[in-house]
Design a protein. Structure first.
Length: 346
């Protein structure tokens, strides 16, 4: 079979490798779609070790990588029950290998086939409905990340939500909030194309270069809330940071009302300042959000499988598997205009 092999920054090659073999408790899955994630691009542009992607030969690894994937079951181990050849499935990469998260980012999404170990529905495999396309299902995994951000701070339908960042994960967080009934969800970004996507999906876009002051914008939208000192604050209940810019956390504290909650989903490259006194006086809750839990991925799967979300719109570009190297070059170029770039094996 052909597989994309990681040798190091800007050094990936599509190569012929041996077909993997499924053990007695495993299934072999033919990959149909694979999404290029931010962690894949970090490995491509900088280095893979920090995101769990190993070079070929590093610690004996074969260089296969990728984790956002959907496909078709092509072979069953002798002890596998309840799964059939031909089933169309979403693979949860965090538990598709026996070494758990250590195998997630090197699970083989950019290979023609991968083995799902200890295969079981409701654990590491989820069967797609007949009317859920692979193009839709390939975004389940990143939607799980955005859903986890929502769930970590217990966003409720009545909450007023502000999301920073209209990239893949910010848009996923938007759709996770909309799916539970939140209204007037604001997404802040400076990319006009992505903010147009926010609007199409049912959110409210904010661009500081066009819309002015964020605090004033939010107060006009929701009305002000006054703290115990008589200072006007925004009515935002939940902040979800999917951007990771240095000024965001200080701005959140300046906007926040009492008892507001903050989810940090973004991967910060550098330490960020935080106004601890503001956190204290507002009795804010700040939570980090890393990956997702089973309940998040189940929620994301159901929302996509049952067509309850607009998140499949984030897939802006498709590349054939034979053009996988070009797909990475394109996805790594900020000027190219891609949001979610997908490898198409069909």
């Amino acid at each position: 079979m052909k597989a994309l092999i990681y040798y190091g920054p800007k050094d990936i090659k599509l190569e012929e490798v041996p077909m993997p073999e499924a053990g007695s408790k495993d299934v072999l899955v033919k990959i149909e779609r694979a999404g290029i994630c931010g962690s894949d691009l970090t490995a491509y542009l900088y280095d893979g070790m920090g995101v769990g992607i190993l070079r070929k030969g590093q610690f004996g690894h074969d260089g296969q990588f990728g984790h956002e994937m959907v496909g078709t079951v092509s072979q069953l181990g002798s002890e596998v029950e309840g799964i059939e050849v031909g089933d169309r499935v979403f693979i949860n990469p965090t538990v598709c290998k026996r070494n758990g998260m250590l195998g997630c980012d090197v699970a083989g999404a950019f290979s023609e086939y991968t083995v799902v170990e200890d295969a079981k529905y409701g654990y590491n495999l989820y069967k797609l409905d007949d009317d859920c396309s692979f193009d839709e299902a390939v975004v389940i995994e990143p939607l799980g990340v955005g859903t986890h951000g929502k769930n970590r701070i217990q966003v409720r339908p009545s909450d007023k939500v502000l999301i920073y960042g209209a990239g893949t994960i910010g848009l996923c967080a938007l759709n996770a909030c909309l799916a539970v009934g939140c209204q007037d969800v604001v997404v802040s970004d400076m990319n006009a194309q992505r903010l147009e996507m926010v609007k199409e999906m049912g959110g409210i876009p904010f661009n500081s270069a066009v819309d002015g002051d964020l605090k004033e914008f939010l107060m006009n939208l929701h009305g002000p809330v006054y703290d115990t000192f008589g200072q006007a604050k925004t009515a935002i209940d939940a902040f979800i940071d999917c951007a990771g810019a240095a000024l965001i956390l200080p701005e959140i504290v300046s906007l926040a009302k009492a008892k507001s909650r903050v989810a940090i989903v973004a991967v910060y490259k550098r330490p960020a300042e935080l106004n601890a006194a503001g956190l204290l006086s507002n009795e804010m809750t700040v939570k980090g959000c890393c990956g997702y839990e089973t309940e998040d991925i189940v929620e994301a799967f159901n929302n996509v499988n049952k067509h309850r979300t607009e998140i499949p719109k984030i897939v802006t570009h498709h590349f054939k598997h034979e053009d996988a190297v070009k797909a990475f070059e394109f996805a790594a170029d900020p000027a190219a205009g891609g949001i979610k770039v997908v490898i198409d094996y069909e």
